[in-house]
Design a protein around this ligand. Structure first.
Ligand SMILES: [Zn+2]
Ligand SMILES: [Zn+2]
Length: 441
């Protein structure tokens, strides 16, 4: 083969791959997408009301996952069940090469006695064994996860309808236990460990939460970078040497060292952290030491919490807490033992992904997209997905027009009553994010 021949062939190959790229980048027909969302809306409302009347606690979402799996199979999804106990994964393979986009909904309810007066209010009760005997616990979807499941099923139908226009894969993640169980890993952490982000490997994941920030129905609010706080707990044991309270020079006083550490920890936030980048909080919540007024005790214990919004800043603060406690103790001849217990990580909206997807949000909700809200100090286990792949979480306003903010019951309230008028926006947004991501538009 001569060189001219080779050049021709290469040119043909380049043109061919360019044509393929152009084809793959055809935007999805948004009019069809919106029409499909309107078509599925009555089902979304029915799913939501049925789920609302039948809430289930973390890792017990059996009935919910039965419904999810049945509906997904009916729509043509490949379904995996029993992931992290009750989790369900639905895979829509378009048969054409392309990225893998994931959408997530959480399925669990809460031990809250509903007080909404809705015709489909929960009357579910379960028996729980405690040290005081068997008690009855009322259950409620008081965080709106019933809405999340219903909207993601709606988006699933829309995406299945548009399958012919998409390339790559859609992976739907219905996870248990966002609210968690005390002293156990939560649903998202276990789903990630079970491999939900692998096979096929997820390139980006999106999720929404109703409420959280008090906004009118249909408002989409978010921010790039840290959206919801990461939380860490610390324990510090200050070891001195016990002695007579009248003769402190004969021992090492851990009470005075502890006082210095409490103030030193506040100096980390006020003097060593760049608060113009993101907020941070350190709180010492417990202090225990000593038995008698005239004895210098041998040791003092303290514990506290750290809230942060930037992963790098969080790592730095943890290192500074350790350094401050250990070295202040050392200065007085005492010893500080510092340990940390990691809570939820920061819910991190990848800046590049967020910027790329903003036009999709704006197409759906226009001026009702608030793209730079302040961070919130609550936490979300969606953060575990974001530790592994680029992720974006947004809030969906669910307070109906004509109502006063003073009457808006927050998430976890027995009167939390999200407006179903937001369901269509939720379905359109989830479906658009997945479709636009896959088609690169
Ligand atoms: Zn919640
Ligand atoms: Zn929630």
């Amino acid at each position: 083969m001569n060189i001219r021949h080779l050049r021709k062939l290469t040119l043909a190959a380049v043109m061919c791959s360019q044509t393929a790229a152009v084809l793959a980048q055809q935007p999805v027909d948004h009019a069809l997408l919106d029409a499909a969302a309107v078509r599925v809306l009555p089902d979304v409302v029915n799913w939501r009301r049925d789920l609302h009347a039948h809430p289930e606690l973390a890792f017990q979402e059996q009935r919910t996952s039965d419904i999810v799996a049945t509906e997904l199979r009916r729509m043509g999804y490949e379904v995996s069940r029993g992931v992290a106990e009750t989790g369900v994964i639905g895979l829509l393979n378009t048969g054409r090469p392309g990225p893998v986009v994931a959408l997530r909904a959480d399925m669990d309810g809460l031990p809250v006695a509903e007080d909404t007066g809705l015709p489909f209010a929960s009357r579910q009760r379960i028996k729980q064994n405690t040290t005081q005997g068997t008690t009855e616990v009322a259950l409620m979807h008081a965080c709106g996860h019933d809405m999340h499941v219903a909207m993601l099923l709606g988006a699933a139908r829309v995406l299945a309808d548009l399958r012919g226009q998409l390339s790559g894969n859609v992976k739907l993640v219905f996870q248990p236990a966002e609210e968690g169980v005390p002293n156990e890993p939560n649903g998202a952490e276990r789903m990630v460990k079970a491999g939900v982000l692998d096979n096929p490997k997820v390139d980006a994941i999106f999720g929404l939460h109703v409420g959280i920030t008090p906004q009118p129905t249909g408002t989409i609010s978010l921010r790039a970078r840290g959206l919801m706080a990461g939380s860490d707990t610390f324990d510090i044991l200050v070891k001195g040497r016990q002695t007579h309270g009248a003769l402190p020079w004969n021992g090492v006083d851990p009470v005075v060292v502890t006082a210095q550490i409490v103030l030193g920890l506040q100096a980390i936030v006020s003097r060593q952290t760049n608060l113009t980048l993101a907020p941070a909080v350190i709180t010492v919540g417990t202090l225990q030491g000593g038995h008698r007024a005239n004895i210098v005790p041998g040791e003092v214990k303290m514990s506290g919490t750290i809230r942060s919004f930037d992963p790098a800043m969080r790592d730095q603060i943890l290192a500074q807490v350790k350094r401050t406690a250990e070295n202040l103790a050392l200065a007085s001849g005492a010893k500080a033992e510092v340990s940390f217990d990691a809570g939820y990580p920061v819910t991190w909206n990848d800046p590049a992904l967020t910027a790329k997807m903003l036009p999709s949000l704006r197409r759906v909700a226009g001026a009702a997209v608030l793209a730079d809200i302040p961070p919130t100090t609550t936490s979300e286990d969606f953060s575990y997905y974001g530790q592994r792949v680029p992720s974006m979480l947004f809030f969906l306003g669910v307070n109906p027009p004509g109502t006063a903010p003073a009457d808006w019951a927050p998430n976890h309230s027995p009167r939390f009553n999200p407006d179903e008028g937001a369901l269509l926006t939720g379905v359109r947004t989830l479906a658009s994010l997945a479709a636009d991501y896959l088609t690169g538009n």
